[in-house]
Design a protein around this ligand. Structure first.
Ligand code: GDP
Length: 176
């Protein structure tokens, strides 16, 4: 079954987003099979696809070795999975582009892994500021990318962006 993975720095709002996507009517989460490391969790959605929860990267408290280990686990998963159809890279909509995220996206590009960007916590600022931040982010990306990946704007607090994300996944599933 196809897999869609969610990843980002710790505290970016990944757990909240996954809860928003799964914990509501219309999506049946029938299984959770913890990965062999317990760091990667798979949730079967509507018997159709797996939502894959990847560990947060760049978490200072893990220390350098811990961070490298996590990075290795993430990269191994991504490189080994033929079923992985898209990776959603979460970034906090309030923050400036972070080098660790930009480098990770570079790595995805070099390895031909399809990804989208999910801006989280949209509710934490007004609409004007939000749009400015997102525009600035896109501009930064265009310094290195010829084309922008698909972009989603979400708020788990306000239940924003849920349909867009699920429709996107659905459209990829349908095209198989
Ligand atoms: P994770 O470490 O990436 O899994 O992040 P969490 O989902 O645990 O969220 C980190 C913190 O941000 C928590 O205090 C959440 O309540 C808060 N948070 C996450 N998403 C949102 C959001 O959309 N809006 C607001 N206002 N807070 C959020």
């Amino acid at each position: 079954k196809p897999e869609y993975a969610f990843i980002g720095r710790s505290n970016v709002g990944k757990s909240s987003l996954i809860n928003m996507l799964t914990n509501r009517k219309g999506l049946a989460m029938t299984s959770s099979k913890p990965g062999k490391t317990m760091l990667i969790n798979h949730f079967l959605i509507n018997e159709q696809w797996y939502l894959v929860d990847l560990p947060g990267y760049g978490y200072a408290r893990r220390g350098k070795e811990g961070r490298e280990k996590i990075r290795e686990i993430i990269e191994d998963y991504i490189m080994e999975r033929d079923q992985l159809l898209n990776l959603f890279v979460l970034v906090d909509s309030r923050h400036e582009p972070q080098i660790i995220d930009l480098e990770f996206m570079e790595w995805l590009g070099e390895n031909g892994i399809p990804f989208s960007i999910v801006f989280t916590k949209a509710d934490k600022q007004g609409p004007v500021r939000l749009q400015q931040n997102i525009d600035a982010y896109k501009e930064k990306l265009l310094e290195t990318w010829e084309e922008l990946p698909p972009v989603f704007i979400t708020s788990s607090e306000k239940k924003q962006g849920r349909e867009e994300l699920l429709n996107y996944i659905e459209s990829i599933n349908k095209s198989l």
